[in-house]
Design a protein around this ligand. Structure first.
Ligand code: PMP
Length: 354
């Protein structure tokens, strides 16, 4: 029996994907070998890779003037990769600070370029009219969804600069307009597949400006010129990501995902808002569809909540230590029944202890 796993990432993968991978594990497509045993340069693996990219382009609606790069180092390496590919050391860049992941991006970028923090908040997104933008900024960086607090942009901000957005915990969860952004980057281990790869979707005119001392494996040009195979990629992660993209397409694509995700998160927020027992601190207009945080008014009950939820097959609900409380990460692969089960558990828990 599989539990409902609310981990923030690595996170649940669709069961159908896991079953397909299991069935193909020892012998992919009658080749007599596993995908993880194939040369990344083989015709067979190139087929896997091309299909994966084509499906991602289709489900995300990626225009032809955008390149899709499959990169190493997770989203975190792009915290440095973004300034290295887009700036010189004395340039200025704008960053919105909406939480821990914004701050990590700012801290890393500050090693390479002059970072101007345009606004700061923890449980909300400051109104764009109040952002202290610098006229000379090379780009505007945002974190689309703050995984720890559950604060999510509901649409792209408007800017005449390229918007660079960390989509790690919201990619493929709802329809977006890729051309609102200059660069979208994301680690895989939430909505894409297992850990081990990250994606960079970049408007083609933003490639080719990297600093001369940028390591090859951080230079977007290198990935673009070599179909993301300058060196050996994380082949099995690529393959599984491809299966996840197929699955999203079969479910009805990101339109269907968005409807389901909005409904799943609303069930939890409605319960929390109606409760005297649980609360959520995030401005309702920017609450995340992916990471629903909540706290118990009586924190003495936190341990019992975690113990009893685990016993009920509802796993990994402990909030991030930087924020406390609880967090239900409900990415695409979390079935709606998992959310229903959590809602029922929370109602029962409140009735028992209130
Ligand atoms: N950005 C966000 C918003 C994240 O949630 C995470 C991981 N939790 C990261 C960046 C870092 O990702 P990675 O571990 O792939 O470097």
């Amino acid at each position: 029996m599989r539990a409902f796993n609310f981990s923030a990432g690595p996170a649940m993968l669709p069961e159908a994907v896991m079953r397909k991978a299991q069935a193909e594990f020892l012998n992919w497509n009658n080749t007599g070998m596993s995908v993880m045993e194939m040369s990344h340069r083989s015709k067979e693996f190139m087929e896997v890779a091309h299909h994966m990219e084509a499906t991602l382009r289709e489900i995300m609606g990626i225009p032809s003037n955008y390149k899709v790069l499959f990169v190493h180092g997770g989203a975190s390496l792009q915290f440095a990769g973004v300034p290295m590919n887009l700036t010189e050391a004395d340039d200025v860049v704008d960053y919105v600070n909406t939480g821990v992941w914004s701050q990590k991006a700012i801290k890393e970028a500050s090693r390479y370029v002059n970072v101007n923090e345009v606004a700061k908040a923890e449980n909300s997104i400051p109104a764009p009219e109040t952002w202290r933008l610098s006229p000379e900024a090379k780009y505007l960086h945002i974190c689309q969804n703050e995984t720890i607090t559950g604060v999510e942009y509901q649409s792209a901000p408007i800017s005449d600069k390229p918007i660079i957005s960390d989509f790690s915990s919201t990619v493929l969860s709802r329809p977006i307009n890729v051309s609102d952004y200059g660069v979208i980057y994301a680690g895989a281990q939430k909505n894409i597949g297992p850990a081990g790869l990250a994606i960079v979707v970049v408007r083609e005119d933003l490639i080719g400006q990297a600093r001369s001392d940028t390591p090859n494996l951080m230079n977007w040009q290198t990935y673009n010129d070599n179909e993301s195979m300058f060196n050996t990629p994380a082949t099995f992660s690529w393959y599984l990501a491809g299966l996840v993209f197929d699955w999203i397409k079969e479910q009805g694509g990101v339109d269907a995902m968005g409807e389901i995700n909005q409904r799943k998160s609303k069930k939890l927020y409605d319960l929390i808002d109606a409760s005297e027992f649980f609360y959520n601190e995030v401005d309702p207009s920017v609450r995340s569809w992916m990471n629903v945080t909540f706290k118990l008014k009586n924190t003495d009950l936190d341990a019992a909540f975690l113990e009893e939820s685990k016993a009920a097959g509802l796993l990994s609900l402990k909030g991030h230590k930087a924020y406390g409380g609880m967090r239900a990460s409900i990415y695409n692969a979390m079935p709606e029944e998992g959310v229903d089960a959590l809602v029922q558990f929370m109602k029962n828990f409140e009735a028992k202890y209130a």
